[in-house]
Design a protein around this ligand. Structure first.
Ligand code: UDP
Length: 324
């Protein structure tokens, strides 16, 4: 099977590409390298540098590479930036995705796995977030992802598209071999920043808010390893193909960890101190986001295999070895 991976040079996409290869299938990458890294593309994998909205290019790839399914990772994902510059997010995450989808359908390509997010739920006041909760995003990033989900639902009704919307919680960790990992520019995520403050103590980690209504006052999140996410993509693809259906799934470990707990875990794994300080809250951060992944367990037989220590161990290995 030939799988087109858009954003295949990005953080989650590059792990997906390796996961596909390890499972004996053939990934083809389309990435414009705005945020992706050329160094993360395995030498043997067919790579097209270009835009998902370039309909001529996408048509060429589909035909030439005999694509059977698409996994769509390419998107902008900085929540703060989406508030300041929503135009960029609606254009890239929504409008370009529509152009991509139209070309797929024009070429009778109807299997589509979409990187969605728990940010589509907003800030629900529940212990665990299941797919049954209403989706009420609180920032433009979440809205663009929800808008694509709505479009996918309408397209599947009208045009026979089969899709899975996978709502990730906090993607984290890296490949065991330390060759690829999380490398956002600018980096905004907790685990890489905590580990970088160990390696470069001048880069102090700010704890964004210590007065949240959580046990230790810092925000709680559900961290899930990138390879667990990758596994869910293949399982979801199998599900929509085999059962001729469309579906959505929350992907998380179902365990919540506070910012302070993450810092302690980073210190335990590395044996070194995180240089950190309490700071103001960051705009748009919900206090508590933890997945109920019961549906993915039941229907996909998926479960997160990496616990927090393993997630951080792979991220630590990457931070020490990284070359890009
Ligand atoms: N966080 C923090 N300091 C940082 C980066 C993140 O305290 O430098 C907190 C952030 O406020 C949130 C949690 O860590 O509560 C996870 O943030 P991240 O950006 O990694 O993921 P998000 O949950 O925003 O997708």
């Amino acid at each position: 099977m030939n799988i087109l991976v858009t954003g295949g040079a990005g953080y989650i996409g590059s792990h997906m590409v390796r996961y596909i290869l390890r499972h004996g299938l053939r990934p083809v990458i389309l990435d414009n390298l705005v945020y992706g890294h050329k160094e993360s593309i395995p030498p043997k994998v067919k790579f097209y540098r270009g835009d998902i909205a370039d309909q001529k290019l996408v048509t060429k790839i589909i035909r030439k590479e005999k694509i059977n399914a698409v996994m769509h990772f390419s998107a902008y994902a900085f929540v703060g930036e989406s508030v300041l510059n929503p135009r960029k997010y609606y254009e890239n995450n929504f409008s370009k995705t529509q152009k991509l989808l139209n070309v797929l359908l024009d070429n009778n390509l109807t299997h589509f796995i979409f990187s969605s997010t728990c940010a589509t739920y907003g800030a629900p006041d529940v212990k665990k977030i299941s797919e049954k909760l209403p989706q009420n995003p609180i920032n433009p990033y979440g809205f663009t992802k929800l808008a694509v989900e709505k479009m996918l639902a309408d397209y599947s009704q009208a045009y026979g598209l089969r899709y899975a919307a996978l709502r990730y919680f906090n993607a984290a960790g890296a490949d065991d071999d330390g060759v690829i990992g999380e490398a956002h520019a600018p980096e905004t995520h907790l685990i890489p920043l905590a580990l970088q403050s160990i390696l470069q103590p001048a880069r102090q980690l700010k704890i964004f808010g210590a007065d949240y209504p959580t046990p230790d006052g810092t925000c709680v999140r559900d961290y899930v390893h990138v390879y667990d996410l990758a596994a869910a993509h293949l399982q979801a693809l199998d599900h929509i193909m085999r059962n001729k259906t469309s579906d959505c799934f929350n992907l998380g470990s179902e365990n919540g960890y506070s910012v302070r707990e993450i810092i302690s875990a980073c210190e335990k794994v590395s044996g070194l101190k995180v240089n950190c300080q309490d700071a103001e809250r960051r705009a748009g951060d919900p206090a508590y986001l933890v997945a109920d992944s019961g549906k993915a367990k039941k229907i996909l037989n998926w479960r997160a295999q990496y616990d927090l220590e393993k997630i951080i161990a792979t991220a630590w290995q990457w931070e020490q070895k990284r070359r890009y």
